[in-house]
Design a protein around this ligand. Structure first.
Ligand code: MRU
Length: 359
Protein backbone atom coordinates (compact mmCIF):
# COMPACT_ATOMS: atom_id res chain seq x y z
CA UNK A 1 0.00 0.00 0.00
CA UNK A 2 1.07 3.58 -0.38
CA UNK A 3 2.51 6.02 2.15
CA UNK A 4 2.68 9.51 0.73
CA UNK A 5 2.45 7.94 -2.72
CA UNK A 6 5.31 5.42 -2.17
CA UNK A 7 4.60 1.66 -2.03
CA UNK A 8 5.41 -0.12 1.22
CA UNK A 9 4.92 -3.47 2.83
CA UNK A 10 4.99 -3.70 6.62
CA UNK A 11 7.98 -6.07 6.63
CA UNK A 12 10.57 -6.78 3.95
CA UNK A 13 14.17 -7.83 3.50
CA UNK A 14 16.86 -6.05 1.56
CA UNK A 15 20.18 -7.90 1.09
CA UNK A 16 19.48 -10.10 4.09
CA UNK A 17 18.52 -7.11 6.28
CA UNK A 18 14.98 -7.28 7.68
CA UNK A 19 13.05 -4.04 7.94
CA UNK A 20 9.75 -3.13 9.55
CA UNK A 21 7.64 -0.04 10.02
CA UNK A 22 7.63 0.78 13.74
CA UNK A 23 3.91 1.30 14.38
CA UNK A 24 4.11 2.67 17.92
CA UNK A 25 4.09 6.33 17.03
CA UNK A 26 1.97 6.23 13.89
CA UNK A 27 0.34 8.32 12.55
CA UNK A 28 2.63 11.04 13.91
CA UNK A 29 6.01 9.49 13.12
CA UNK A 30 6.84 7.10 10.27
CA UNK A 31 9.93 5.17 11.33
CA UNK A 32 11.62 2.25 9.59
CA UNK A 33 13.49 -0.08 11.91
CA UNK A 34 15.96 -2.94 11.31
CA UNK A 35 15.54 -6.37 12.90
CA UNK A 36 18.84 -8.23 13.27
CA UNK A 37 18.30 -10.94 15.88
CA UNK A 38 15.68 -13.22 17.43
CA UNK A 39 15.67 -10.85 20.42
CA UNK A 40 14.86 -7.91 18.13
CA UNK A 41 11.88 -9.84 16.74
CA UNK A 42 10.71 -10.86 20.22
CA UNK A 43 10.87 -7.25 21.41
CA UNK A 44 9.23 -5.88 18.27
CA UNK A 45 6.26 -8.27 18.68
CA UNK A 46 5.95 -7.92 22.48
CA UNK A 47 6.19 -4.14 22.52
CA UNK A 48 4.01 -3.87 19.42
CA UNK A 49 6.40 -2.19 17.00
CA UNK A 50 4.63 -4.75 14.80
CA UNK A 51 1.19 -6.15 15.52
CA UNK A 52 -1.83 -7.71 13.89
CA UNK A 53 -2.31 -11.35 12.89
CA UNK A 54 -0.47 -11.59 9.57
CA UNK A 55 2.38 -9.24 10.41
CA UNK A 56 3.11 -11.05 13.66
CA UNK A 57 3.29 -14.24 11.60
CA UNK A 58 5.63 -12.62 9.07
CA UNK A 59 7.88 -11.29 11.85
CA UNK A 60 7.98 -14.74 13.44
CA UNK A 61 8.98 -16.17 10.04
CA UNK A 62 11.99 -13.83 9.91
CA UNK A 63 12.58 -14.51 13.63
CA UNK A 64 13.13 -18.15 12.69
CA UNK A 65 15.61 -17.06 10.02
CA UNK A 66 17.62 -15.37 12.77
CA UNK A 67 17.11 -18.43 15.00
CA UNK A 68 18.69 -20.53 12.26
CA UNK A 69 21.72 -18.22 12.31
CA UNK A 70 22.00 -18.10 16.09
CA UNK A 71 21.37 -21.75 17.03
CA UNK A 72 24.08 -24.35 16.73
CA UNK A 73 21.83 -27.35 17.35
CA UNK A 74 18.19 -28.36 16.90
CA UNK A 75 17.39 -28.02 20.60
CA UNK A 76 18.57 -24.43 20.73
CA UNK A 77 16.78 -23.64 17.46
CA UNK A 78 13.46 -25.00 18.76
CA UNK A 79 13.93 -23.12 22.04
CA UNK A 80 14.17 -19.85 20.11
CA UNK A 81 10.97 -20.78 18.30
CA UNK A 82 9.23 -21.20 21.66
CA UNK A 83 10.51 -17.79 22.74
CA UNK A 84 8.84 -16.25 19.68
CA UNK A 85 5.56 -18.13 20.21
CA UNK A 86 5.34 -16.92 23.81
CA UNK A 87 5.34 -13.24 22.86
CA UNK A 88 1.58 -12.93 22.15
CA UNK A 89 -0.71 -15.73 23.33
CA UNK A 90 -3.91 -15.08 21.34
CA UNK A 91 -2.52 -14.55 17.83
CA UNK A 92 -2.28 -17.95 16.19
CA UNK A 93 -0.30 -16.85 13.12
CA UNK A 94 2.72 -16.72 15.40
CA UNK A 95 2.77 -20.45 16.13
CA UNK A 96 1.70 -21.26 12.58
CA UNK A 97 4.72 -19.40 11.16
CA UNK A 98 7.22 -20.84 13.64
CA UNK A 99 5.94 -24.39 13.07
CA UNK A 100 6.04 -23.95 9.29
CA UNK A 101 9.66 -22.87 9.42
CA UNK A 102 10.71 -25.61 11.86
CA UNK A 103 9.03 -28.31 9.76
CA UNK A 104 11.04 -27.38 6.65
CA UNK A 105 14.32 -26.72 8.44
CA UNK A 106 14.30 -30.06 10.26
CA UNK A 107 14.37 -31.80 6.88
CA UNK A 108 17.86 -30.43 6.30
CA UNK A 109 19.24 -28.74 9.42
CA UNK A 110 22.67 -28.07 7.89
CA UNK A 111 21.06 -25.77 5.35
CA UNK A 112 18.83 -24.10 7.94
CA UNK A 113 19.79 -20.51 7.11
CA UNK A 114 18.90 -20.43 3.39
CA UNK A 115 15.86 -22.65 3.98
CA UNK A 116 14.42 -20.44 6.73
CA UNK A 117 14.99 -17.32 4.61
CA UNK A 118 12.99 -18.89 1.77
CA UNK A 119 10.21 -19.84 4.21
CA UNK A 120 10.11 -16.32 5.69
CA UNK A 121 9.81 -14.83 2.20
CA UNK A 122 7.09 -17.37 1.33
CA UNK A 123 5.14 -16.52 4.48
CA UNK A 124 5.10 -12.78 3.76
CA UNK A 125 4.40 -13.16 0.03
CA UNK A 126 1.58 -15.58 0.72
CA UNK A 127 0.12 -13.29 3.38
CA UNK A 128 0.02 -10.40 0.91
CA UNK A 129 -1.49 -12.54 -1.86
CA UNK A 130 -4.12 -14.10 0.41
CA UNK A 131 -5.17 -10.66 1.64
CA UNK A 132 -5.44 -9.47 -1.96
CA UNK A 133 -7.74 -12.42 -2.69
CA UNK A 134 -9.82 -11.68 0.43
CA UNK A 135 -10.28 -8.24 -1.11
CA UNK A 136 -11.59 -9.74 -4.37
CA UNK A 137 -14.13 -11.95 -2.60
CA UNK A 138 -15.23 -9.42 0.01
CA UNK A 139 -15.69 -6.59 -2.50
CA UNK A 140 -18.55 -8.57 -4.07
CA UNK A 141 -20.55 -8.25 -0.84
CA UNK A 142 -19.95 -4.50 -0.77
CA UNK A 143 -20.86 -4.20 -4.45
CA UNK A 144 -24.16 -6.01 -3.83
CA UNK A 145 -25.07 -3.63 -1.01
CA UNK A 146 -24.06 -0.67 -3.20
CA UNK A 147 -26.41 -1.89 -5.95
CA UNK A 148 -29.23 -2.30 -3.43
CA UNK A 149 -28.60 1.31 -2.34
CA UNK A 150 -28.56 2.55 -5.95
CA UNK A 151 -24.92 3.58 -5.66
CA UNK A 152 -25.29 5.53 -2.41
CA UNK A 153 -22.17 5.13 -0.20
CA UNK A 154 -21.97 1.80 1.61
CA UNK A 155 -21.35 2.44 5.33
CA UNK A 156 -18.92 -0.12 6.71
CA UNK A 157 -18.04 -0.35 10.39
CA UNK A 158 -14.71 -1.85 11.43
CA UNK A 159 -12.99 -2.39 14.76
CA UNK A 160 -9.30 -2.11 15.62
CA UNK A 161 -6.83 -2.35 12.73
CA UNK A 162 -7.19 -5.32 10.45
CA UNK A 163 -5.69 -3.20 7.69
CA UNK A 164 -2.45 -3.53 5.75
CA UNK A 165 -0.54 -2.50 8.87
CA UNK A 166 -1.81 -5.67 10.58
CA UNK A 167 -0.65 -7.83 7.66
CA UNK A 168 2.07 -7.59 5.06
CA UNK A 169 -0.13 -5.74 2.58
CA UNK A 170 -3.82 -4.97 1.82
CA UNK A 171 -5.15 -6.10 5.23
CA UNK A 172 -7.96 -8.55 5.87
CA UNK A 173 -11.00 -6.46 6.87
CA UNK A 174 -9.81 -3.52 4.80
CA UNK A 175 -8.92 -5.48 1.64
CA UNK A 176 -12.57 -5.65 0.44
CA UNK A 177 -12.91 -1.94 1.18
CA UNK A 178 -9.81 -0.99 -0.84
CA UNK A 179 -10.87 -3.31 -3.66
CA UNK A 180 -14.41 -1.88 -3.81
CA UNK A 181 -13.12 1.71 -3.55
CA UNK A 182 -10.62 1.13 -6.37
CA UNK A 183 -13.48 -0.16 -8.54
CA UNK A 184 -15.30 3.14 -8.03
CA UNK A 185 -17.88 1.85 -5.54
CA UNK A 186 -18.77 4.56 -3.03
CA UNK A 187 -17.86 3.57 0.51
CA UNK A 188 -17.58 5.25 3.88
CA UNK A 189 -15.94 3.62 6.89
CA UNK A 190 -16.88 4.05 10.55
CA UNK A 191 -13.61 3.52 12.40
CA UNK A 192 -13.91 2.41 16.05
CA UNK A 193 -11.17 4.17 18.04
CA UNK A 194 -10.39 0.84 19.83
CA UNK A 195 -9.25 1.66 23.32
CA UNK A 196 -6.88 1.22 25.00
CA UNK A 197 -4.20 1.36 22.27
CA UNK A 198 -6.41 3.10 19.73
CA UNK A 199 -5.40 1.01 16.73
CA UNK A 200 -8.53 2.20 14.93
CA UNK A 201 -8.09 5.90 15.59
CA UNK A 202 -4.34 5.87 14.95
CA UNK A 203 -3.74 3.17 12.35
CA UNK A 204 -6.93 2.34 10.44
CA UNK A 205 -7.76 6.01 10.08
CA UNK A 206 -4.25 6.76 8.83
CA UNK A 207 -4.13 4.00 6.26
CA UNK A 208 -7.63 4.67 4.91
CA UNK A 209 -6.65 8.33 4.61
CA UNK A 210 -3.46 7.45 2.72
CA UNK A 211 -5.60 5.54 0.20
CA UNK A 212 -8.22 8.30 -0.04
CA UNK A 213 -11.07 6.23 1.43
CA UNK A 214 -13.64 8.41 3.26
CA UNK A 215 -13.87 7.54 6.97
CA UNK A 216 -15.09 8.84 10.31
CA UNK A 217 -13.52 7.91 13.65
CA UNK A 218 -16.02 7.12 16.39
CA UNK A 219 -15.66 6.39 20.09
CA UNK A 220 -15.89 2.69 20.82
CA UNK A 221 -19.43 2.74 22.13
CA UNK A 222 -21.08 4.59 19.25
CA UNK A 223 -21.57 1.62 16.88
CA UNK A 224 -24.83 0.41 18.46
CA UNK A 225 -26.43 3.83 18.14
CA UNK A 226 -25.40 4.09 14.48
CA UNK A 227 -26.80 0.64 13.76
CA UNK A 228 -30.16 1.54 15.32
CA UNK A 229 -30.35 4.53 12.98
CA UNK A 230 -29.50 2.67 9.73
CA UNK A 231 -26.07 4.29 9.53
CA UNK A 232 -24.23 0.98 9.20
CA UNK A 233 -24.79 -1.35 6.21
CA UNK A 234 -22.21 -3.97 7.08
CA UNK A 235 -19.58 -4.73 9.73
CA UNK A 236 -16.26 -6.23 8.62
CA UNK A 237 -13.61 -7.07 11.20
CA UNK A 238 -10.41 -9.12 11.29
CA UNK A 239 -9.41 -11.86 13.68
CA UNK A 240 -6.39 -13.02 15.62
CA UNK A 241 -7.57 -16.62 15.90
CA UNK A 242 -10.62 -18.39 14.50
CA UNK A 243 -11.56 -21.93 15.44
CA UNK A 244 -12.31 -24.41 12.65
CA UNK A 245 -15.88 -24.28 14.01
CA UNK A 246 -16.14 -20.53 13.31
CA UNK A 247 -15.67 -18.83 16.71
CA UNK A 248 -13.68 -15.64 16.31
CA UNK A 249 -11.17 -14.06 18.69
CA UNK A 250 -10.56 -10.43 17.80
CA UNK A 251 -9.68 -7.17 19.52
CA UNK A 252 -11.73 -6.68 22.68
CA UNK A 253 -15.06 -5.01 21.90
CA UNK A 254 -15.72 -7.02 18.74
CA UNK A 255 -18.25 -9.24 20.55
CA UNK A 256 -20.35 -6.22 21.57
CA UNK A 257 -20.40 -4.99 17.95
CA UNK A 258 -21.55 -8.43 16.80
CA UNK A 259 -24.38 -8.43 19.37
CA UNK A 260 -25.52 -4.99 18.25
CA UNK A 261 -25.30 -6.03 14.58
CA UNK A 262 -27.43 -9.12 15.25
CA UNK A 263 -30.03 -7.06 17.10
CA UNK A 264 -30.25 -4.68 14.15
CA UNK A 265 -30.13 -7.28 11.38
CA UNK A 266 -26.85 -5.97 10.00
CA UNK A 267 -24.46 -8.41 8.28
CA UNK A 268 -21.37 -9.09 10.36
CA UNK A 269 -18.40 -10.54 8.44
CA UNK A 270 -14.96 -11.62 9.59
CA UNK A 271 -12.08 -11.54 7.09
CA UNK A 272 -9.10 -13.85 7.52
CA UNK A 273 -6.38 -15.71 5.65
CA UNK A 274 -6.27 -19.45 6.39
CA UNK A 275 -3.12 -18.92 8.51
CA UNK A 276 -5.41 -17.49 11.23
CA UNK A 277 -7.52 -20.65 11.59
CA UNK A 278 -6.82 -22.78 14.62
CA UNK A 279 -7.47 -26.31 13.33
CA UNK A 280 -7.32 -27.87 16.78
CA UNK A 281 -9.62 -25.80 18.96
CA UNK A 282 -13.37 -26.34 18.82
CA UNK A 283 -14.80 -23.97 21.44
CA UNK A 284 -13.41 -20.44 21.11
CA UNK A 285 -14.83 -19.08 24.34
CA UNK A 286 -13.49 -21.90 26.50
CA UNK A 287 -10.25 -22.65 24.68
CA UNK A 288 -8.72 -19.54 23.11
CA UNK A 289 -6.21 -17.94 25.51
CA UNK A 290 -6.94 -14.25 25.95
CA UNK A 291 -3.88 -12.04 26.27
CA UNK A 292 -3.87 -9.71 29.26
CA UNK A 293 -1.66 -6.69 28.81
CA UNK A 294 -0.15 -4.06 31.09
CA UNK A 295 -2.73 -1.90 32.87
CA UNK A 296 -0.70 1.17 31.91
CA UNK A 297 -2.23 0.93 28.43
CA UNK A 298 -5.56 1.72 30.11
CA UNK A 299 -4.19 4.33 32.51
CA UNK A 300 -2.37 6.34 29.85
CA UNK A 301 -3.19 7.79 26.44
CA UNK A 302 -0.36 8.04 23.91
CA UNK A 303 -0.29 10.83 21.37
CA UNK A 304 1.00 14.11 20.02
CA UNK A 305 1.17 17.21 22.18
CA UNK A 306 3.01 20.34 21.21
CA UNK A 307 5.01 18.49 18.50
CA UNK A 308 6.13 15.78 20.93
CA UNK A 309 4.86 12.22 21.38
CA UNK A 310 3.87 11.86 25.02
CA UNK A 311 1.83 9.70 27.41
CA UNK A 312 -0.76 11.37 29.60
CA UNK A 313 -2.37 9.81 32.66
CA UNK A 314 -6.18 9.49 32.49
CA UNK A 315 -7.00 7.60 35.67
CA UNK A 316 -6.73 8.31 39.42
CA UNK A 317 -3.27 7.51 40.81
CA UNK A 318 -3.34 4.17 42.56
CA UNK A 319 -6.38 2.87 40.65
CA UNK A 320 -6.43 -0.68 39.31
CA UNK A 321 -6.85 -1.40 35.62
CA UNK A 322 -7.55 -4.68 33.83
CA UNK A 323 -6.48 -4.94 30.21
CA UNK A 324 -7.97 -7.88 28.32
CA UNK A 325 -6.69 -7.65 24.75
CA UNK A 326 -9.29 -9.77 22.95
CA UNK A 327 -12.75 -11.27 23.19
CA UNK A 328 -14.46 -14.12 21.41
CA UNK A 329 -17.46 -13.68 19.15
CA UNK A 330 -19.43 -16.91 18.92
CA UNK A 331 -20.16 -18.25 15.45
CA UNK A 332 -23.94 -17.77 15.81
CA UNK A 333 -23.42 -13.98 15.59
CA UNK A 334 -21.32 -14.12 12.41
CA UNK A 335 -22.85 -13.87 8.93
CA UNK A 336 -19.81 -15.25 7.15
CA UNK A 337 -16.04 -15.64 6.96
CA UNK A 338 -14.22 -14.03 4.04
CA UNK A 339 -11.10 -16.05 3.22
CA UNK A 340 -8.64 -16.28 0.34
CA UNK A 341 -10.65 -19.23 -1.01
CA UNK A 342 -14.03 -17.49 -0.86
CA UNK A 343 -16.80 -16.80 1.63
CA UNK A 344 -18.22 -19.44 3.93
CA UNK A 345 -20.53 -19.82 6.90
CA UNK A 346 -18.91 -19.52 10.32
CA UNK A 347 -19.41 -23.17 11.14
CA UNK A 348 -17.47 -26.43 10.95
CA UNK A 349 -19.45 -27.37 7.83
CA UNK A 350 -18.87 -24.00 6.17
CA UNK A 351 -15.13 -23.97 6.88
CA UNK A 352 -14.72 -27.59 5.77
CA UNK A 353 -16.32 -26.80 2.42
CA UNK A 354 -13.47 -24.37 1.71
CA UNK A 355 -10.69 -26.31 3.48
CA UNK A 356 -11.62 -30.01 3.20
CA UNK A 357 -7.98 -31.07 3.48
CA UNK A 358 -7.75 -29.60 7.00
CA UNK A 359 -10.68 -31.51 8.50
O1 MRU B 1 -3.25 -6.21 19.65
P1 MRU B 1 -3.13 -6.09 18.17
O2 MRU B 1 -3.09 -4.70 17.64
O3 MRU B 1 -2.05 -6.97 17.61
O4 MRU B 1 -4.50 -6.71 17.74
C1 MRU B 1 -4.68 -7.35 16.59
C2 MRU B 1 -5.56 -6.58 15.77
O5 MRU B 1 -5.10 -5.71 15.08
C3 MRU B 1 -6.97 -6.83 15.77
O6 MRU B 1 -7.46 -7.67 16.71
C4 MRU B 1 -7.40 -7.11 14.38
O7 MRU B 1 -8.74 -6.80 14.27
C5 MRU B 1 -7.16 -8.51 13.94
S1 MRU B 1 -5.56 -8.74 13.38
C6 MRU B 1 -5.81 -8.72 11.74
Amino acid sequence: MKVNGKSFRTIWDEDGKVKIIDQRNLPHEFIIENLNTVDDCVRAIKEMHVRGAGLIGGTAGYGMYFAAQEASDIQEYEKLGKLLIATRPTATNLKWAVDRSIKEVLKDFDNRVPISLIIAKDIVDEDAEFCRMIGEHGAKIIEKISNEKNGEPVNILTHCNAGWLAFVDYGSATAPIYNAFDKGIKVHVWVDETRPRNQGARLTAWELGQHGVPYTIIADNVGGHLMQHSQVDIVIVGTDRTTYTGDVANKVGTYLKALAAKDNNIPFYVALPSSTFDWEIEDGIKQIPIEQRDGDEVHFAHGLYDDKIIDIRLTPLGSNAANFGFDVTPRRLITGLITERGICKASKEGVSELYPEMM
